[in-house]
Design a binder for this molecule. Sequence first.
Ligand SMILES: Cc1ncc(C[n+]2csc(CCOP(=O)(O)OP(=O)(O)O)c2C)c(N)n1
Length: 642
Amino acid sequence: MHTAASPRLLPTIRSPREVKALSAEQLPQLAREIREEIIAVTAKNGGHVGPNLGVVELTIALHRVFSTPEDQLVFDVSHQGYVHKLLTGRGGAFFQGLRQTDGASGFLCRAESPHDSFGAGHAGTALSAALGMATARDLHGSGEHVVAVCGDAAFTCGITLEALNNVVSSTKRLIVILNDNEWSIARNVGAISRYLNRLSTSPTYNKVHHDLERFFTSLPGGQEMNRLWVKWKRETKDFFVESSLFEKFGLRYLGPIDGHNLDELVKNLEFAKHSDTPIILHVLTKKGQGFDAALAHPEKFHGLGAFDPLTGESKKPAPGTPPNYQDVFGQALVRFAKARPAVVGITAAMPPGTGLNHLAAECPRQFFDVGIAEEHAVLFAAGLATKGVRPVVAIYSTFLQRAVDPIIHDVALQNLPVTFCLDRAGLSPNDGPTHHGLFDLAFLRSVPNATVMQPKDEDELVDMLHTSLHLDGPSFLRYPRGAGAGVPIKAQPALLPIGQAEVLREGSNIMIWALGGMVADALRLADRLAAEEGLSVGVVNARFVKPLDRALLLSHAACIPLLVTLEDHVLAGGFGSAVLEALQDADCPAAVERLGWPDKFVEHGSSVAVLRAAHGLGPDELHRRILDRWRNRHPAPVETGA
Ligand SMILES: Cc1ncc(C[n+]2csc(CCOP(=O)(O)OP(=O)(O)O)c2C)c(N)n1
């Protein structure tokens, strides 16, 4: 805690210049204040607590040694960028509004600050982007430094390895920080993770290399001696000590480095800054450092909602809150997997987020966590499916964007029975554009053999999962983040007729074809339009985007003056587009009002309701838009005098 004798430092930091001006003795106090601020703000707003508490010293050291925005720091995922924000003029009220409307984004964002050289939210992008920047710098002949900060789980991403394969052929100057805390969201998995663990616990490896390099470069003419030493090391290959994997890719390796020791970090970064070959610094950090609750529960504190800043206890949901879609899905999958051993679940590093943690706990042999490797997850499922296994691949809508090619080329083309469960379809409001799931229909609708569906509630989700496990080809279920509608789950799931919509309410003036959770909105809109305007408004639960219930659609188009489509997806290529195409193909000139997300990236915001209202999809805006369209076509009769 700060005292009268030590005034707070954080409020005085308006740019990295002030970080550089502090004395080394003041830095631990700055680190303490940053941690206090991060805990206070995330306790209120939720966020990525553990990853940020783990990089406090690393980020301070980066800003001591490098000078943004001239130098570029590229953070992988960038969920660990809060410290960087606090040191680059985004503290105070802006940071206190983290992940809220008009507050700081939870990720780096080029539009937010010139210090954010690259925006992100998906994993594994930093090394490729940084390599592009370093190569552009070389082409321009400018001298800035480019530093990629990658977590250990980023190295489970194929893209990171593809970038690594290209480093030495692209540039001589690139600094890579491997921020190794042994955790992805869950514990990191796979052979690379085990390798890093061996590397960081080996007492002989690179301490020797590192000390010698530092010794050489401290001597007059030492750079040349160091160059010869590095050359000799390369030529003798593994003669002296085991050479690291990274050296085989042509990067100089330094480490392991204590990621909470500011002095050690600064010295190593200074050394890296002058390296004449690409270099990787293996920095060991602890997720949640400085907060006991987060240290004790790294998985929970990777990213979470509001919590008690003293105990770390999560705020309890209001009594009566229905279970989350992810848990309903996860528990239903356990039931199906127990009844049918061929059913397996696959996650790309998101066991709790997808609800597959239930399967992991109850049927571990039928559960696979493949790391942050969505493309591999889909191809792996395709291979399993060729041999009679029934894979269920659970990937958030936004992360499935990574796997479009294997969906088309490896699953759909070969018509393999793989079920895809796309959680977070719709908004992820506090996270923002990197995490909203608003594009999946546009890329799935065009895939031959695909069945694409969205349930109106959690009971129908279980029906759809059950139905998908009886299909001969690929199927895709999309459902939103958060709590279900609160309906009971039937003891026996229903097998849904493929391509058949459900008429929930008949109407003669307007028919709203709604998809997923929007069905509940449609029912409320129908009530209000009836009560306030005297209109007869029907509601259809579309259920299937592909195949669409064309017969029902055409029968409505033939006799109902206005059709409305309502979806939690961008309008371009979405459900409403499918409706228009079907009508056009049948030469049916129906009036259709399409309601969905506009053709722009939707920002982060305090809640779904706030963002919906801002983009014309709040209850009042929807009511007005439907009414405007109705009145456009049916103007009120002009009153004439006597
Ligand atoms: C393509 C993609 N898949 C999944 C995620 C979800 N995700 C966010 S952070 C994270 C783990 C990152 O671990 P690491 O890179 O080691 O960083 P740390 O959080 O441990 O600092 C995952 C899986 C993502 N952001 N992007």
